[in-house]
Design a protein. Structure first.
Length: 302
């Protein structure tokens, strides 16, 4: 896969709103197989498209890349064939000792590309219009609240139509499990709308009404700002994961031969033995384990 192919693939994934990690080799000491400028894409299922080194380096890139899809922060990954006990990693850098690396230190820049969270706004009121402007400035994809968009796992739904078709939208958003659901209304009218909804009390309690944080907002723009502030607060509460379609939980495992941490996903090298699945950094460790599993299961079984 050429660099042009990687660039084209990345553009296609962005257009399709598919999250991925762009990996680019920035340092490669001989005798590594990768060269500075080599690139690859890491998908959420662990698939790697492109080239950033042999199977051992690829395993490390996969494990670190999948973790970044959760945090969303870029990372400079340093892979060394031997420990560097005196090294202190600067912020944004992680060093990994890969004992099966063929030789030569590598540094790979990992950049997560996560689609902007989708905010659905229903209505043509001044507040709805302000939500579109302020939401876009904050970094959301603000879209009309259609049934198709609602089924695509948006981050938030705001009913700002002032009485028009609010109930179907709110119940639909709750049914789809949208993380943040809000109704723009006075406290009294909001209570009336919630009372009329054919959902349980726990579901009603998930609806924010009046929508937004109490910051004394008066103008449509100020009210939009208060709603966006509440959405941001909800997104960062708890685990801190973005409020959008959940990706796979990144599981890791220790290679039973060399002890290296690898991603426990289908795209990784793995072998089922006596009812347990073992994951490997490369084909060398896989072959060693296959030839004599008992030699490695005493302390490394997991």
């Amino acid at each position: 896969m050429s660099r042009a192919d990687v660039a084209a693939r990345a553009a296609s994934l962005r257009a399709e709103r598919v999250p991925f990690v762009h990996a680019r080799v920035v340092l490669a000491e001989r005798p590594t197989s990768a060269k500075p400028g080599d690139e690859a894409i890491v998908l959420a299922d662990g698939t790697i498209e492109g080239f950033v080194g042999g199977t051992c380096a690829e395993s490390t890139v996969r494990a670190q890349g999948l973790a970044l899809l959760d945090s969303g922060a870029p990372l400079l990954l340093r892979i060394t064939p031997a420990p560097e006990p005196d090294r202190v990693d600067p912020a944004g850098t992680v060093s990994v000792h890969n004992p099966c690396l063929s030789g030569g230190t590598m540094e790979i820049f990992l950049e997560p590309v996560v689609p902007a969270a989708v905010l659905l706004v229903d209505g043509e009121s001044p507040i709805a219009t302000a939500m579109a402007r302020v939401g876009a400035a904050v970094g959301y994809d603000v879209l009309p609240a259609t049934a198709e968009a609602l089924a695509a796992h948006p981050a938030a739904v705001v009913a700002a139509s002032h009485g028009r078709e609010e109930e179907p939208l709110l119940t639909g958003a709750l049914a789809e499990g949208v993380p943040y659901v809000a109704l723009v209304a006075s406290r009294k009218r909001g209570e009336s709308v919630l009372a009329a909804l054919d959902v349980d009390e726990a579901s009603k309690a998930r609806i924010h009404t009046p929508a937004g944080l109490d910051i004394g907002a008066r103008t449509p723009e100020e009210i939009a700002l208060s709603i966006l502030a509440e959405i941001v607060a909800e997104r960062r509460r708890g685990s801190g994961r973005p409020m959008q379609a959940e990706g796979p939980v990144v599981r890791t495992a220790a290679d039973p031969v060399c002890g290296m941490t690898v991603a426990a996903v289908d795209a990784s090298l793995h072998l089922d033995h006596d009812g347990t699945t073992y994951y490997f950094c490369g084909s060398g460790c896989l072959r060693a384990f296959t030839s004599d599993p008992a030699a490695y299961l005493g302390e490394s079984a997991h």
